[in-house]
Ligand binder design. Structure first.
Ligand code: G3H
Length: 481
């Protein structure tokens, strides 16, 4: 098979030569990487063949291999994290956390899989009106076949294993299409699975530009399920794919509603962490703060004090704010900032950019007419909208075409529950910033933010189908005696 491109563009704009990254502890995966349509066909074909045997591998054995892969992944956290730092400018500590978190996810998935898949249902026919006990129904969960996993650039390892591990424990095979930025880290991660002893062909990788092979892959007749995390492309995929289960995590405009009685120190800490970690490049980042007017001055000051302490610079130095992933991302963020400036937002800091590096920026007095009020910058820029009532905050939140997560800060649990029920989002956090983890929690978006629910158990269920076997008796079984 053709090897994948030996250079990849990094967030700092330079080209990374892959051979420099392959550290002695992890070898390149050149044998399982495909690019052209013909090679994509081959990758899917080998995944299809390998799956047939894998589905017959005992569940305990699948779990054992996953535990092994998790351990190998964690053993190699340093070189894989180094890839994340270099490719996607993830701050060094967060990069290590991503790999460790991924190992934990794989282990948890192995544990959960043996329980969820190891138990079935048993039904008797006479519980339904008009029936005698002549039928016994046994249910079990069977794999779907080939699962196509498409993770995003911001978590090329974690959001890949969150698809790979549930697919494998359920008896499926995987075709992984890693993101262009983050592909090297993802391929090293896959190598850990190979080192653990997963059969050849069970996890195939397909690299290349989505624009070139995307449709071919996602509409391939031998793909039986798609798990995708990313942007608008997901909506296009959902329109084109037919009759296969989809799991989609798309964008978000996660709103943070701050009520008058909120603990403002807690709010400021959460808004800064939620809005600026990994330079705002998280679908769950706080993307708009909706703050009651009476507390806005105090809160904005507290947030600004914290923003001033954020370090800005290279990911190797573990800075809080690092370059955003591409020049076009930086340009897009700048467009939103310029629009806000023209329309009169208050700039709490001076706007500063050097290449892909954008300094953290809090925009106060943002109006609904500004693009930053509705669009997701996916960068270190956070708008504050001052609201007169909680209803106004909810209205703004619900007018978004996104519905991933939201959060509310208040000391009154009754009010918090009212807000939670009113917010049209997949999750509402009470007194904390939005976040996906822990990784076994259900995670889902409403509206344009996604389809289906993630989290380990939900993913296992989604990547399997129910099969029933019905034992039919000639006479009701309770007639004897
Ligand atoms: O970017 C999307 C991720 O699902 C966000 O995950 O909340 O753990 O950062 P996170």
């Amino acid at each position: 098979m053709v090897m994948f491109s030996t250079t990849t563009q990094m967030a700092n704009g330079t080209n990374l030569h892959l051979e420099n990254l392959f550290l002695s502890s992890i070898q390149p995966l050149t044998k399982s990487i495909s690019r052209s349509k013909e090679e994509v066909n081959k990758a899917i074909e080998s995944a299809k063949t390998a799956q047939k045997l894998w589905a017959k591998t005992p569940l305990w054995k699948r779990a054992e291999l996953l535990h092994k892969a998790a351990a190998i992944l964690k053993e190699h956290k340093a070189p894989i994290a180094e890839c994340l730092v270099k490719e996607i400018a993830k701050p060094a500590k967060d990069a290590v956390t991503e790999v460790v978190r991924s190992g934990d996810l794989v282990s948890y998935c192995a544990e959960e899989g043996v329980r969820v898949l190891g138990e079935g249902k048993f039904l008797v026919s006479d519980s339904f009106p008009g029936n005698e006990r002549t039928k016994y129904c046994l249910t079990s969960k069977i794999p779907l076949g080939v699962v196509l996993a498409i993770p995003p650039f911001n978590y090329p390892v974690n959001l890949a294993v969150s698809k790979i591990a549930p697919a494998l424990i359920s008896g499926n095979s995987i075709v992984l299409k890693p993101p262009t930025q983050g592909a090297v880290a993802a391929l090293h991660m896959v190598h850990c699975f190979h080192l653990a002893g997963f059969p050849k062909g069970l996890i195939s990788c397909v690299t290349g530009k989505g624009s070139e092979i995307g449709d071919f892959l996602t509409m391939h007749p031998d793909v039986n399920c798609i798990s995708f995390t990313g942007g608008d492309t997901g909506i296009a995929i959902s329109k084109k794919s037919a009759m296969i289960p989809l799991q989609m995590e798309l964008g978000g405009k996660d709103a943070c509603i701050v009520l008058e009685d909120a603990d403002l120190d807690l709010v400021a800490a959460n808004i800064v962490k939620g809005g600026f970690s990994y330079s705002g490049q998280r679908c769950t980042a706080v993307k708009v703060a909706l703050v009651m007017k009476s507390v806005a001055d105090t809160l904005v000051k507290k947030i600004n004090d914290k923003v001033a302490k954020l370090t800005v610079g290279p990911p190797e130095d573990d800075c809080d704010i690092t370059p955003v992933v591409t020049e076009s991302s930086a340009n897009f963020i700048e467009e939103l900032v310029k629009d806000a400036k023209e329309k009169g937002a208050t700039f709490c800091q001076e706007y500063k950019r050097k290449g892909n590096l954008i300094w953290p920026l809090l925009l106060d007095n943002v109006g609904a007419n500004m693009r930053i009020a509705r669009e997701e910058p996916f960068g270190p820029v956070l708008p504050v909208i001052r609201i007169n009532s909680v209803e106004e905050g909810i209205l703004h939140c619900n007018s978004s075409n996104f519905g991933l997560q939201g959060c509310v800060f208040t000391k009154d649990i009754n009010k918090a529950m009212l807000v939670s029920d009113a917010m049209e989002t997949g999750t509402v956090q009470i007194n904390s910033a939005p976040a996906r983890g822990p990784d076994h929690f259900p995670f889902q978006g409403l509206k344009d933010s996604g389809i289906g629910s993630q989290g380990i158990t939900n993913s296992i269920n989604m990547m399997t189908k129910v099969k029933t076997t019905i034992i039919n008796l000639p006479t009701p079984s309770y007639t004897m005696g």
